[in-house]
Design a protein around this ligand. Sequence first.
Ligand SMILES: [Zn+2]
Length: 329
Amino acid sequence: MVTNAPPDRLALGLDLGASHMAAALVDGAGTLQGWRQRPVDRALGPQAILGQATELLRNILAGFPERARSVVGVGLGLPGLVDRARNCLLFAPNLAWRDFPVGEWIAAALGLPVRSDNDVRLATLAEWLFGAGRGCSDLLGVWIGTGVGGGMVIGGRLFRGPGDSAGEIGHLTVAEDGPPCSCGSRGCLEAAVAGPALAAGGRALLLQAATGGFASPLGDLCGGDPGRATARLLAIAAARGDRGAREVLARAGRYLGIALAGYCNICNPERIVIGGGVAGAGEYLLEPARREIALRAMPVPRQMVRIVPSQLGGSAVVVGAGALVLGEY
Ligand SMILES: [Zn+2]
């Protein structure tokens, strides 16, 4: 897949997340220049946070005075439901913003046109054009971090649905009586595999170990405090041979596989790209997911699909945000 953007045009791409923001200049080949990032303190509220984002983008432009005239617009990757026509963030649970005109703000501050979309959809676009999904016409992107987001490419087009809300695989039910989810339902994939669910699994493991009086690599990593368990420490403990940590990740991987098998049966994707912080657990998560797909998916989609890690990692949203400005997607 080659983007339809001429090589001399550039875009600013911004990834606005609930805990950090990142931005860079993006060209038609998905190459980044002038990467900058900073933490986000969500308690500051939208005006102050967008003031920081504007400063970040201005600093990038200031670093390339000779190329500023080639910058044709700003792409925004936003963490929630986006009204693309108004460039408005309708609902972002992790930022606690509702119906905020993010695009209008950035456009007025920088004097450049703005396009916006959901962050994971843009990460999926980036992987499709330049990363682990290159050459596919049917692709699912699943980003697992604090929450679980999804992006869909169907028949060579980014699929959004009539209300722009398609792709929310994180809210597919995988356990009828599972734990409550941030969306108001229960037993969603997100409630089983996202960072908070894995941290809870780690805590339970350590409390159990304390009762039994035995030590574990996870316990050492947490300094004996179950409250410090995170998905990242679980992955490190698993790599050090912690069987309990491996089982917590495998259980999450099985739920992931249940959801992905359902998607395979419905959409027959060629590839599923897994990204986000929790994806750092790698094969401890993906191998059980693949086994579950082998058990549950129909023969044709099961044999065609490949489950692969993200290639663009933490830069995927910025690349996708730039691509959104430079091409017609
Ligand atoms: Zn949910």
